[in-house]
Design a protein around this ligand. Sequence first.
Ligand code: FNR
Length: 364
Amino acid sequence: MDLCCIDDFEEHAKKVLPKNALDYYRSGACSQLTLRLNIEAFQRLRILPRVMRDVSRRSTGTTVLGHPVSFPVGVSPTAMQRMAHAQGELANARAAGAAGTIYVLSTLATSSLEEVATAAPDTIRWFQLYIYKDRKLTAELVKRAEKTGWKALVLTVDAPVFGVRYADARNKFKLPSHLRLANFEGLLADKITTAKEMSGLNEYVNDLFDDTINWKDVSWLKSITKLPLVLKGVLTPEDAVIAADLGIEAIVVSNHGARQLDTCPASIEALPAIAKAVAGRMEIYLDGGIRQGTDILKALALGASMVFVGRPALWGLAHSGEQGVRRVLDILRNEFDTALALTGCASVGDIKHEMVVHESLFHK
Ligand code: FNR
């Protein structure tokens, strides 16, 4: 069967991935209310199309932190991608490069910073960072990212501890024993392959991640690197304003794919108030629930300049590695281009806030 949309790729992944991996990739926290909201909140928004505007010469391109990208969709950091395909992060990063966009590598990757840099030298690569209790180790990761050509650090700010994910607890989730957390050596690389009571991932995080992290640590990070900093996981205008005041280059409005705090808002619900508060002082991106071209257009209308996808790229990997992710990104690009044309937009700059309204407007 030809897979022609992101949901087709997810259906395919459900058939081919082992349960341990599929559940880990798919789940959200607790009752998964926010997981559903991330999708449903997009469905509650309506696009008001303008017509008769000559859209024959269209461009989907834009610029992110000074990097031209061919369309405003990048790949979010997701841990342990070799559970989806033997080439894991290497394939995903190459596919993002082939699509002319950004790849973000997770700290908890099954391929190292150095391996991905070698496999995808021309991809715009950003490195997602978790702050470990061991600050020397954390600073070492930053140095390695600088040395191997990573263009920005994406500090995840919504994970002082990990969310409660029932499926991982039920499965006693572990990384299969032939895989490693490749950015580390010894115990830090292997610890996650052994789980005692609950999810191995939660055990790992609770032991090693620094839950004292606070805004001073952002200043610490700024003091040890010249790379631009992106804060991922902001959901309130208050926190966005603190980030802007600290001189952060960009934020990702994100709820971590609904895997952290259940019942927090969908990212797209949180976006408009944040965009208003930030008022152009830094770039704003969004991830969470992007599954079709119209979702991208809605996020851009409501204040994001770029969106990222996590699970859709994993479904592409599970299908056919690099080719599969390329196909997923192509589908999103084509659907976005079509959405531009059908709303009377020739470029991303033509997308206007007033083109997107909440469905309640029609039910008064
Ligand atoms: C994630 N996410 C994530 N975020 C992060 O900062 N570091 C990480 O290691 C991971 N790992 C991870 C694993 C898996 C399996 C998923 C699904 C997600 C969150 C990720 O970057 C992103 O915020 C969401 O995936 C976006 O939502 P969608 O596109 O999956 O709906």
